[in-house]
Design a protein around this ligand. Structure first.
Ligand code: M6R
Length: 620
């Protein structure tokens, strides 16, 4: 949450910062701001609202310079007003910062600083850091430190951060040290872009795309000193470090909308390709299994695993639920799915042979990271299924599997879900083939997986039908989503998609569980979305569907092509191609993603930037 961008070099920084903020806007869009340095002066422009509002402000009051910082905010402390927008100023303007994170002890620090005469202009926790750095800087200068030396500023920053409890990703400018940009990280991501005589700072690599493909990911307690002449990476305790420069593979096309109206729609339609990418090079026909390059565990170690814990949040948690069914069915390994926000504070009994998987698109979700760290601390092998290369979770896990889905920018997760389910299917195949799964069974799974991108492309053909159905139901205020077995997590996911982007109340339930309470909600104003493709449990779900019909509830069904029985019973049907039961989530979720998208559009909602949300939840 919150996006940070910074630059020092030879370019005019203003448009670079604004473009960086546009690319980071998915991380938070309550307000935006920039600070631009020109000589011993730092000009700030900031505004509540989206980056384009800030753009208008800057157009009316231009600023220019070759060093600057910018921020797009997801508010934690203080309302979304112009004054609370970042950047924030410390002392009498000698320090200017942008911050992603939370200062937990800010009330105590604020009171101490007020006693020392510092005047607070905002209701944010961040202003405390700005004043603390300014205070430490004045102490350094009183002690005779040289204001020309970057070390003076580094010492002040480290002394200030030592007093803060909580998390931060920071970019800092100093009025009296033009061309000096300091970044610091604890808990909130920060990446340095390395150019020729220029350096970038950002919460993720997207603002760097098109400028440089060389990056250095900061780890916790690291600080980076950037000037046009070079970079110095330091650890809070151990001093100078040698930066490990990595190459990013994003291209400008990856983060552009192309012909699509919204990122969510683009990402929904990318799924046939992203699923191909998730499987590429990982299906082994000779051995009838899957193979992964980065698990970093010996087959003997994997063979001994007798319990798996999958931990995640939101949509990734729904993918994990599908994973539970897959791992138990194919690998016969008892599997549990834990909310990361619960697991991080629980103390479940885990044995030496328990394997933990953190599942996350962003690789930065605070709860998932904390749950993973807690398990690692106890000595368990902790792996990640992650999309964003170089993210904190990807770097800290003992090993893992990348989704290769490309950047997911729409706040509502779509392509990450299907890629996660695909990777979990391959994982179940791999672990299953080490155990009881026969060669022919493994071979069949591979064949069926290979057909999936084409089946997903067919499911996307429901687009026009979905549009018509959406217009019929867009004004309803409550929905139920019902499915069983592999389609129960899909019901949860369909409901989540609808509520997060269209603000309609929706509940996902196992279809048969409905009788134990939610059926009381059924009436002519509460549509039920039944996920009822053919399979072993089909007649049972059909009975549940009848029960809803009998009580006058409208029914939208997701069913297999050519299923006339469902077509007769439901008010509306969305057809998907027939696939084996264990692969159904990959096709049944498609019309539900489209339905949520279309309904949100019809209700005039901002599909890619739903209210109160941010793409990557990096606070607790
Ligand atoms: O990046 P992660 O997969 O760890 O994110 C987890 C959730 O925050 C995320 O899936 C969220 O629920 C999405 N907005 C759902 O569309």
């Amino acid at each position: 949450m919150c996006g940070i961008v910074g630059y020092v070099g030879h370019r005019d920084v203003t448009e670079l910062l604004l473009e960086g903020l546009r690319r980071l806007e998915y991380r938070g869009y309550d307000s935006a701001g920039i600070a631009v340095q020109h000589g011993a002066e730092i000009s700030i422009r900031k505004k509540a609202g989206r980056v384009h509002e800030l753009g208008k402000l800057v157009e009316a009051n231009p600023v220019a310079g070759t060093a600057g910082i910018g921020h797009t905010r997801w508010a934690t402390h203080g309302e979304t007003t112009d004054i609370n927008s970042h950047p924030h100023v410390g002392g009498n303007g000698e320090v200017v910062i942008v911050h992603n994170g939370v200062v937990e002890n800010y009330t105590t620090l604020r009171a101490q600083l007020q006693q020392r005469g510092y005047v607070f202009r905002t209701a944010t926790d961040t202003e405390v850091i700005a004043h603390l750095i300014a205070h430490q800087l004045s102490e350094q200068l009183k002690l005779g430190s040289d204001p020309e030396r970057p070390d003076t500023y580094v010492t002040a920053v480290l002394a200030a951060l030592a007093q803060c409890k909580g998390t931060y990703g920071l970019a800092i400018l100093f009025r009296d040290a033009p061309n000096l940009l300091i970044g610091a990280r604890l808990g909130s991501p920060l990446v340095v872009g390395v150019g020729q005589g220029e350096f970038f700072l950002a919460s993720d690599p997207s603002p760097l795309v098109g400028y440089t493909d060389e990056v250095v990911y900061l780890s916790d307690h690291e600080l980076v000193v950037l000037t046009p002449a070079g970079m110095e990476l330091r650890h809070r305790d151990s001093g100078s470090l040698t930066p490990s420069i990595q190459t990013i593979e994003q291209t400008p096309a990856d983060i552009e909308l192309g012909d699509f109206e919204h990122y969510m729609l683009k990402e929904i339609f990318e799924q046939p390709t992203t699923l191909e990418n998730a499987m590429r090079g990982r299906l082994d026909d000779d051995e009838a299994t899957a193979k992964f390059g980065g698990l970093n565990m010996e087959p003997q170690q994997l063979r001994r695993i007798d319990r798996i814990v999958l931990t995640a949040c939101g949509t990734s948690w729904h993918a994990a639920l599908v994973g539970e069914y897959l791992l138990e069915e194919f690998a016969r390994i008892p599997t549990e799915v834990e909310y990361a926000s619960e697991l991080r504070y629980r103390n479940p009994p885990l044995t030496d042979t328990t394997m933990i998987f953190a599942i996350t698109q962003s690789g930065e979700t605070a709860d998932t990271l904390a749950a993973m760290r807690e398990c690692k601390r106890k000595g368990h092998p902790t792996l990640a299924i992650c999309n964003v290369v170089g993210s904190t979770i990807a770097r800290e896990a003992d090993g893992g599997i990348y989704l290769h889905a490309g950047p997911e920018i729409g706040v509502a997760s779509t392509k990450a879900f299907t890629s996660q389910v695909t990777v979990l299917t391959m994982l179940a195949l791999y672990l299953g083939r080490m155990r009881h799964l026969s060669y022919p069974a493994g071979h069949r799974i591979i064949q069926q997986l290979r057909e999936i991108p084409q089946k997903v492309a067919q499911a996307l053909e429901s687009f026009e039908t979905v549009r018509k159905i959406a217009s019929k139901y867009a004004s309803y205020d409550n929905f139920l989503y019902l499915g069983r077995l592999y389609n129960f997590p899909v019901a949860l996911e369909g409901a989540l998609k609808l509520k997060e982007i269209s603000y309609i109340h929706a509940e996902g339930y196992p279809a048969a569980e409905m009788k134990h309470g939610p059926i009381a909600l059924v009436d002519p104003n509460t549509p039920s979305v039944f996920i009822v493709p053919r399979g072993g449990i089909y007649p049972k779900v059909m009975s549940n569907l009848e029960e809803v019909r009998a009580r006058g509830g409208p029914v939208i069904a997701v069913a297999c092509e050519g299923d006339d029985e469902v077509a007769d019973m439901a008010d509306d049907v969305l057809f998907v191609p027939e696939v084996d039961e264990f692969l159904q989530p990959l096709v049944t979720v498609i019309p539900l993603q489209l339905l949520a998208y279309q309904i949100a559009l019809l209700r005039g909602c901002n599909v890619d930037r739903p209210r109160n949300l941010a793409k990557s939840v990096t606070v607790e």
